[in-house]
Design a protein around this ligand. Structure first.
Ligand code: DC
Length: 224
């Protein structure tokens, strides 16, 4: 049986960074499930498949292969063999990925793939529904949170580094909008699993959060 750590939480809570670092320390394969929905979205854009074209989407799900591989210690994402790591972070994908992730057959297929990954290795998987839906029996469940204001501050800093100009108010509004969308989604809404440990990272550094998660996981029986 594999050892499974589920990390869920809202956009901007730092799940991606924390999962990568904690996975390394704990010798667990880290999996970014948001990137899988992003790959499906990119495929739909490229093949001009609309959100309501169920037959085409079903066909797509038979044909796409999504892989996450480490190259020089950096996670890369492959869509049918092509490295799409940068493309899946672009604006066009951002604009539709939430809607794509709400398509029931897309979700079913992604969850199936995620469960297969959990059979092959010991994993730390991040997303929105990992502890509630993908692995309801995960060995460790963590719900990683931070206030919307703090998440907006973090996003503001990232944007400045990338040269993206957006006001704090605009970013905050966007985060609140996404939170509401994620939490009220009719399909797998974001919510803390009853048995998940709540970690509020608002006043913590990345290192502190990683240490906290490593400590929690070790206390549940996963050593090095
Ligand atoms: O974490 P992210 O921004 O890369 O996620 C992209 C989208 O996919 C986001 O709208 C939430 C959705 N998602 C989801 O519904 N379920 C997951 N397990 C992971 C992501």
């Amino acid at each position: 049986m594999s050892f499974i750590v589920a990390i869920d939480g809202p956009a901007g809570s730092g799940k991606g960074t924390i999962t990568k670092l904690a996975g390394k320390k704990l010798n667990l394969v880290n999996i970014d499930t948001g990137a899988m929905y992003r790959c499906a979205s990119l495929y739909m854009i490229r093949n001009n498949i609309k959100l309501d074209e169920t037959e085409k989407i079903a066909e797509m799900l038979k044909n796409i292969k999504i892989k996450q591989n480490k190259i020089d210690d950096i996670d890369r994402f492959f869509l049918n063999g092509e490295d799409v790591s940068s493309l899946i972070r672009e604006k066009e994908v951002n604009e539709i990925v939430s809607q794509v992730s709400h398509i029931v057959i897309v979700r079913e297929r992604m969850v199936e793939l995620q469960r297969e990954m959990g059979k092959k290795s010991n994993i730390i998987m991040e997303g929105r529904d990992i502890g509630t839906n993908v692995f309801p029996n995960a060995d460790v469940k963590i719900y990683l949170d931070a206030t919307a204001e703090e998440r907006a501050n973090r996003r503001m800093k990232q944007n400045e580094e990338k040269g993206i100009k957006m006001s704090y108010e605009e970013i905050l509004e966007n985060i609140k909008f996404r939170d509401n969308n994620d939490k009220t989604s009719p399909v797998a809404p974001l919510k803390q699993a009853d048995d998940a440990i709540y970690v509020d990272s608002t006043n913590m550094t990345i290192e502190e959060v990683v240490d906290k998660i490593v400590e929690i996981v070790k206390s549940k029986g996963k050593g090095e």
